[in-house]
Design a protein around this ligand. Structure first.
Ligand code: SIN
Length: 529
């Protein structure tokens, strides 16, 4: 057994876990109130927001009509599970979030007259998405936020560390976290007045994903182990247009390409989506992904492509530089030929249950961004509402914490008993690996499933958990344990969650042919197993 160093102990007013847009936006709000320690598993910016291409949805114009139509589109895409009051808060506070980004210096794209360029994405009834660097919106926002935080005298950055356990006071209040370095050699115990999780979703638990490999829901499982309520785990959004080249990591081809007139076609050049939805390529994301899945299943040998050959090379280079050059390097010139596509796991609508102030069900613990379930996305998120949620909720958590702090609440504890590393899970050689688990989830909890598949998937996960031993855990083993725990909760939720939107079931493998998969979006007998 290796000898570990005893944990270092730190104290901070506010502890944020996660270095994406949600984490940094929260940090910007909290730095005026006290010291902030941000812990990240990666480099200065990490998580999925860096890779967000499409943009930021705004009720552009910010008048009554603009707000009402953004609210209505969000609720319609959400397929019956949005909380309408929460959606309204999200949209009404978009203007404040946008103004802050502009004041911090995010270079949103504008025309020669200085007017913002707006684009459209699926299920939006009008163009309202702003973008930066063409298709580099996520990276430019998160870098700008990070630049405004790093170097601040009250800011401490700790990396690369993963959250091992939440620390609690005797009262049950969460008062910090115990972190393990990525090499397992160093432990840091951080005491805090408020602990904010901004660690993103868990789409990398699926074999095919647009997310970076770190997004396996590690911190979500840690929060669950501490007693935080999770919900709506059954609702994973699969993005339809993800580059599909043999041996290559899936790469997102932004929905904005369809907003700019891109078509989804088969190898004969026939558009397929109008058979599934009257809005064709601009149908809600869950509908489009399901349609692609069903086409592939029902028409053996079919190949599906995203075609933007109507756009010039010059335009593509400027408007979609990231996508254009990535495809070019892979041997596809998008101005001349279509790109092969297949859906991939992209976003979680559910997660750690919070209210619209970011409060979880555990005192002292907050969650912001994709890690949280605020119910604003319902059963299927509207395109480009994710960055908006991270920004708006970062502001709201900041305000919640500011008012508690003003009342003299939220001080870090003097000391905590629990800051010692404790034994964790270990796995026998040959047991289910993280890679095996990712394939299992893709196959048994993917875009379309049957009850039998879910039962089989759950059984395998339970068997893997039952075979774990207790001992001195390594980061890899702790991560696998958390991934298994989260998968168990996901399979459990799949059995009972409402079957709408992204939670799509069919009766048996034999019923995969035939009727329109879009009927599931509106509610049909096919989705009732
Ligand atoms: C995309 O650019 O297609 C992704 C944007 C989103 O997830 O809303």
């Amino acid at each position: 057994m290796t000898q570990r160093n005893p944990p270092r102990s730190l104290s901070t007013d506010f502890l944020i876990v996660g270095g994406g847009i949600a984490g940094y936006q929260t940090a910007i709000n909290l730095l005026p109130l006290g010291s902030v320690t941000l812990v990240s598993r990666g480099s200065i910016v990490s998580g999925s927001s860096y890779y967000a291409q499409g943009g930021l949805a705004l009720p552009w114009g910010f008048g009554y009509d603009a707000v009402e139509s953004h609210v209505a589109d969000t609720i319609r895409a959400g397929a019956g599970l949005c909380d309408p009051a929460n959606v309204r808060v999200l949209v009404e506070e978009a203007e404040e979030a946008y103004a802050t980004l502009v004041s911090l210096g995010v270079p949103f794209d504008r025309d020669s007259a200085g007017e913002l360029l707006l684009t459209r994405e699926a299920a939006h009834s009008r163009p309202r998405i702003i973008h930066a660097g063409g298709d580099k919106t996520g990276s430019l926002i998160v870098k700008t936020l990070a630049q405004n935080v790093h170097g601040h005298e009250r800011f401490t950055f700790l990396t690369p560390f993963r959250l091992h356990r939440l620390l609690k006071e005797d009262s049950g209040r969460v008062a910090g976290g115990l972190f393990m370095s990525e090499d397992g050699q160093e432990w840091v115990s951080v005491r805090s007045g408020a602990t904010i999780l901004a660690t993103g979703g868990f789409s990398a638990l699926f074999a095919r994903t647009t997310n970076p490999p770190s997004q396996v829901g590690d911190a979500t499982a840690v929060a669950a182990a501490a007693g935080a309520q999770l919900e709506r785990l059954a609702f994973t959004q699969f993005h339809p247009t993800v580059l599909d080249l043999p041996g290559q990591v899936p790469f997102l081809l932004t929905e904005a390409l369809r907003g700019e007139g891109g078509h989804i076609v088969d190898q004969k050049g026939h558009r397929i989506l109008f058979r599934y939805h009257p809005d064709g390529e601009l149908a809600p994301r869950d509908v489009v992904s399901r349609a692609l899945w069903l086409e592939a299943r029902n028409r053996p040998g079919v190949k599906l492509f995203l075609s933007v050959v109507h756009l010039s090379e010059n335009y593509l280079r400027q408007r979609f530089p990231q996508v254009y050059f990535h495809c070019l390097e892979a041997g596809i010139d998008l101005s001349r030929e279509p790109a092969p596509i297949r859906p991939a796991a992209h976003f979680q609508m559910g997660g750690i249950r919070t209210d619209m102030d970011g409060r979880t069900t555990l005192s002292g613990l907050y969650a912001v961004g994709e890690v949280a379930s605020t119910r604003v996305h319902g059963a299927n998120r509207l395109a480009s509402n994710s960055l908006l949620e991270a920004l708006v909720m970062g502001n709201r958590v900041g305000r919640t914490i500011a008012s508690l702090r003003a009342e003299g609440d939220l001080l870090p504890p003097e000391a905590l008993e629990e800051g010692e590393p404790s034994p964790g899970a270990t796995h026998e050689p040959g047991a289910l690996s993280l890679e095996d688990l990712r394939i299992l989830l893709w196959e048994k909890a993917g875009i379309v499933r049957t009850e039998e598949q879910v039962a089989m998937g759950e059984e395998e996960v339970l068997a893997a958990l039952a075979s774990e031993k207790t001992g001195e855990t390594t980061p890899k083993e702790a991560l696998l344990h958390n991934a298994l725990t989260l998968s168990r909760l996901l399979f459990e939720d799949l059995k009972t969650a409402p079957r709408v939107g992204a939670n799509y079931f069919v009766e048996s493998r034999n019923s995969w042919g035939g009727s329109s998969p879009d009927s599931a979006h509106a509610g049909s007998k096919e989705k009732t197993v």
